[in-house]
Design a protein around this ligand. Structure first.
Ligand code: ADP
Length: 539
């Protein structure tokens, strides 16, 4: 494997400015994106205590259930120690682990934890938080595959009526198995296929919910790396979280105000706020008969489900004591809860998270904490051998791939192959014919105005014929360059699927099938630089 770290400019907005270390956005964070003084952060964390024993008990149960390896169990043991720290990140439970960026976030967590453990001389363990309460099933119920050389979305055909969370939604075993098999049919049969499919099937067989399935697969893929998983939707966590839910309920007004103030500053700095909840929303969900509803403030009451349920503060606090599993966090309070339960040396986030975390500084300060260092996850692309050869054949450079759209490069290449000025000539002929036709139309209209619409129709027909000729010629040219254009198509499909980054579309299974089950382990052994470059790994 060869690693290229390429300076690119693929991210816009707040996240793009953050990774470029621009002060307009870094002023919304309490630490810098790169080159964080982790010793200082570690010192700062010494002032607090954490529910280590209770969490470790949960970690042990959950991770063992998912099939944790010895290193994970060892890291959970280490987490019990008073000065152990965590590097944390999270994601929704995508089907078959979702797009590659989730894998890349975990790789980032692992590398940062390993580096800082060496630097600080303390135990630093990687924790990945599965956002199991999220209920946007449409976001997580599919993966992309290729069909007849084109990108295709393959959706697991299961219906959901309720706004239940991924941790609760049960997978239909038969349907999911058939779906998984249909995905594998789109892959090449390799020497790894059988074992990989078997592994996925075993994971599925032991999974009741979406989150279980995701967790088991992640555990298998990162078996040797010591990753600790937690499901933010786990009812057991809720009991541990009660004291901080109390704070969130009691301070809900101040939290709302703090959010509004930071968002105001965000707007003044020229960014668009991403958190768009209504002003009366309390940023906490309550479970009502299996559905999650946001709590809202109406005068002295907390209401939810469009006012159908109402509680005084005292009643809500009582409910929390009795049934904590009914409470959950939203985008605003989840980062706070993470800070409450975990000694967070750093939070590793993706572009979307970085952008909305920028809105949370006031909220963190309101509850008396600094924001943890927010470290951007690595952005990676895999350059397969046959794709690299195609690129050499076409004279395309790796860096070029990230500075322009491949579609444009293809057009430019094609234009360069055809010496004749096709586009210009047709444009010129079109203009000339249209000019002459106007003269004819005017003549027709002068003699018989009722023939006006006929004359226009005639114009359109001539235009269509000309376009047809141009299309025929283009098709002919393309056929002549069929082999090269097919290479462009393959490069595009591999490195810029749907016109975007590979990691946003493709799934890890394709690569495991091509390069073996221990492929990810080799990727985690590479040493990436913490900076804004895009990491391209030539396989
Ligand atoms: P082929 O290369 O055999 O013509 P396709 O036209 O289907 O295959 O795909 C073009 C290229 O896109 C493949 O060679 C591969 O590099 C990449 N690709 C195809 N399917 C996937 C996938 N599911 N995940 C990641 N990359 C893929």
């Amino acid at each position: 494997m060869e690693l290229y770290e390429i300076p690119v400019d693929v991210l816009g907005g707040a996240a793009g400015d953050y990774i470029k270390n621009k002060s307009t956005i870094t002023s919304f964070f309490d630490y810098v994106p790169y080159g964080v003084e982790f010793t200082k952060r570690a010192k700062h964390l010494e002032e607090r205590t954490y529910p280590r024993e209770q969490l470790a008990a949960y970690f042990t149960r959950y991770n063992e259930e998912l099939g944790a390896g010895a290193r994970t169990i060892e890291n959970i043991r280490a987490f019990r120690e008073e000065d152990a720290l965590v590097v944390v990140g999270g994601q929704q439970a995508g089907m078959l682990t979702g797009p590659l960026y989730t894998i890349h976030k975990i790789i980032s967590l692992l590398q940062l934890a390993k580096e800082q453990e060496q630097q600080l001389g303390k135990r630093v363990v990687p924790v990945f938080w599965i956002a199991g309460e999220d209920h946007d099933m449409n976001e997580i119920n599919h993966i992309y595959v290729t069909s007849k050389g084109k990108l295709k979305k393959s959706v697991l055909p299961q219906m959901y009526e309720k706004k239940a969370s991924a941790s609760q939604v049960e997978l239909s075993q038969d349907m999911t198995l058939a779906w998984v098999e249909s995905i594998f049919k789109t892959f090449r049969e390799t020497k790894y296929t059988k074992e990989l499919l078997e592994l996925v099937k075993v994971c599925l067989h032991h999974s009741r919910t979406y989150t279980d399935f995701f967790g088991r697969l992640i555990m298998e893929i990162f078996k040797e790396e010591g990753l600790i998983l937690m499901d933010s939707g786990a009812p057991e966590l809720r009991r541990i979280e009660i004291p901080f839910f109390q704070t969130l309920i009691q301070k809900e007004m101040q939290i709302r105000t703090a959010l509004k103030q930071t968002q105001q500053r965000i707007v003044e700095s020229g960014y668009e706020p991403l958190i768009t909840t209504k002003p009366e929303v309390c940023h906490l969900f309550l479970d009502i008969e299996g559905e999650r509803w946001l709590l809202e403030r109406r005068d002295d009451l907390f209401v939810c489900k469009d006012g159908e349920y109402a509680f005084t503060e005292v009643e809500l606090l009582e409910l929390l004591e009795k049934e904590p599993q009914r409470f959950s966090n939203n985008v605003v309070t989840r980062p706070l809860m993470q800070e409450y339960v975990l000694p967070t040396l750093a939070f590793v986030g993706g572009p979307g998270e970085i952008a909305y975390w920028a809105e949370l500084q006031g909220v963190f300060h309101e509850v008396g904490w600094m924001m943890p260092p927010v470290v951007p996850r690595f952005m990676l692309s895999y350059l397969e051998g046959h794709i690299a050869s195609d690129m050499i054949d076409l004279g395309l450079d790796v860096a070029e791939l990230f500075s322009k759209k491949l579609g444009e490069a293809r057009e430019a290449w094609l234009a360069a192959q055809v010496q004749e000025p096709v586009e210009e000539t047709f444009a010129q002929v079109h203009e000339e014919i249209m000019r002459s036709h106007e003269v004819a139309r005017e003549l027709v209209e002068r003699i018989n105005p009722s023939l006006r619409s006929y004359a226009y129709k005639n114009q359109r027909k001539i235009e269509e014929q000309l376009q047809l000729l141009e299309r025929m010629l283009r098709k002919n040219i393309e056929q002549k360059h069929d082999v090269s254009l097919n290479k462009f198509r393959r490069i595009e499909l591999s490195l810029q699927p749907a016109g975007g980054l590979q990691e946003r579309t493709w799934n890890v299974l394709y690569y495991l099938n091509e390069y073996g089950l221990d492929w990810i382990h080799h990727i985690t052994q590479l040493s990436f630089t913490w900076d804004d470059t895009h990491k391209v790994i030539k396989l």
